[in-house]
Design a protein around this ligand. Structure first.
Ligand SMILES: Cc1cc2nc3c(=O)[nH]c(=O)nc-3n(C[C@H](O)[C@H](O)[C@H](O)COP(=O)(O)OP(=O)(O)OC[C@H]3O[C@@H](n4cnc5c(N)ncnc54)[C@H](O)[C@@H]3O)c2cc1C
Length: 378
């Protein structure tokens, strides 16, 4: 066994890896840039799929805890046009195949399942160097250093570990999200809350859309999506939230007011989230003592709804590979990567197809057909 096992990043992927190792009696240390578990609100609902995310939670021994955090009814889906007319409306299937949970709740059950000293908060990795014998020396922004016998990059889109394996950087996909919130929707934003219904709303037109979800306490959480060049979003002045929201609202000037309320009446400063992805077939040659998982390995646009599911699944699969071959970790990493490449390529291709379909010239009908087909396929 290559000790110590150092995981960089306490996102869903890194935490799942540490937890599954822990279940099998193998210790790991997670180095996380954020100062504490509460340093940032972990927003958004995630649907956790039967064939990957849920399997990872079973491997982690946390399936019952997961059942306890499901948001009932949140898997309902509606597609609207820009006038607010409902074109597709499907209730939560309630069959457990892809229930919705809050990302923060999911992260909490993973955090609570690990020994308290597993995570070194406030450790932002700045540089990594190879010692040449499969070990790596990590240097953190707080001045400390650590040596890793096995290094796992679970540090997300802009991974500091990935460059040890691949020179490829994520590229902008042509779509930017702007994140907004309305609170107490049923009382304070009634028309918008009614438009959203019990689950997800997708109001779409060619090149733009409003993708929203009802969360606990009638919080209405939206990603306003625009197909724009990267310098358009980079050039917007988000330090003046009112002006930024007005500028974004201009792009939706002929949309129904219950939809544009997400922009005009946002109760939080808008947060720009330009969407980036790694190439669909991103892969690398084996490098001794190091491997990535989750977004660090296969960042993709969120249009297949799989990124968090895959990150957890990667974490569980990597742990299982190590548990199965503790005497030969290199063979374990090779086996893990051999499965990872086709799995992530297939999903990255699906994300890419969906991204195009969502905002193409036939939208919103392309999206209606997509959801209708999905529901029929189960
Ligand atoms: C708008 C949006 C909506 C999405 N919706 C969905 C969805 O509905 N369903 C779904 O499955 N996926 C969704 N995703 C994708 C999902 O969020 C990611 O794929 C998932 O979070 C990846 O998990 P991860 O553990 O690999 O990385 P992350 O969640 O990014 O975690 C990485 C961790 O590493 C830490 N870190 C980063 N750099 C360093 C460093 N240098 N040193 C130490 N620590 C570091 C970070 O602080 C973080 O805690 C969405 C993504 C976006 C942008």
């Amino acid at each position: 066994m290559n000790f110590p096992i150092a995981i960089v990043g306490a996102g869903l992927g890194g935490l799942t890896l540490a937890r599954v190792l822990h279940v099998h009696g193998i210790a790991a240390i997670i180095y996380e840039a954020e100062a504490s578990a509460d340093a940032r609100i972990q927003g958004g609902l995630l649907d956790i799929h039967e064939y990957n995310g849920q399997l990872a939670l079973k491997a982690a021994g946390l399936f019952d805890a997961f059942l306890g955090i499901i948001q009932p009814g949140a898997d309902a889906e509606r597609v609207l046009d820009k006038r607010g007319d409902v074109l597709f409306d499907a209730p939560d299937e309630g069959n457990g195949s892809r229930p919705e949970v809050h990302r923060g709740d999911l992260r909490r059950i993973l955090l609570e399942s690990l020994p308290a000293d597993t995570i070194r908060w406030g450790h932002k990795l700045t540089t990594v160097s190879s010692t040449g014998d499969g070990q790596h020396v990590l240097t953190f922004a707080n001045g400390s250093t650590a040596t890793a016998g096995l290094l796992v990059g679970a540090d997300g889109a802009w991974s500091r570990v990935r460059p040890l394996l691949s020179g490829v950087q994520p590229a902008y996909v042509g779509t930017s999200f702007i994140e907004t919130y309305l609170f107490d929707g049923d009382i304070r934003h009634k028309a918008t809350a009614e438009a959203v219904g019990g689950g997800a709303l997708l109001a779409i037109a060619p090149g733009k859309g409003i993708l929203a979800h009802r969360e606990a306490n009638a919080t209405l959480h939206a990603y306003v999506a625009l197909n724009k060049p990267e310098d358009w979003i980079a050039g917007m002045d988000f330090s003046d939230p009112t002006a930024a929201l007005a500028r974004i609202a201009d792009e939706f000037d002929d949309w129904a007011p219950e939809l544009t309320a997400f922009i005009r009446h946002s109760e939080t400063a808008p947060v720009p989230r330009p969407i980036h992805a790694l190439p669909i077939h991103h892969r690398w040659d084996r490098v001794r003592g190091v491997t990535p998982l989750g977004d660090a390995a296969h960042l993709m646009s969120p249009f297949a709804g799989e990124g968090a599911n895959l990150a957890m699944f990667d974490g569980a699969e990597l742990a299982k590979a190590i548990v199965n071959r503790p005497e030969d970790v290199e063979a374990a990493l090779a086996a893990y990567e051999e499965d990872l490449f086709p799995r992530s390529s297939a999903t990255a291709a699906e994300s890419d197809r969906n991204l195009r379909l969502f905002f193409d010239d036939r939208s919103p009908w392309s999206v209606v057909e997509f959801f209708a087909g999905h529901r029929m396929a189960g």
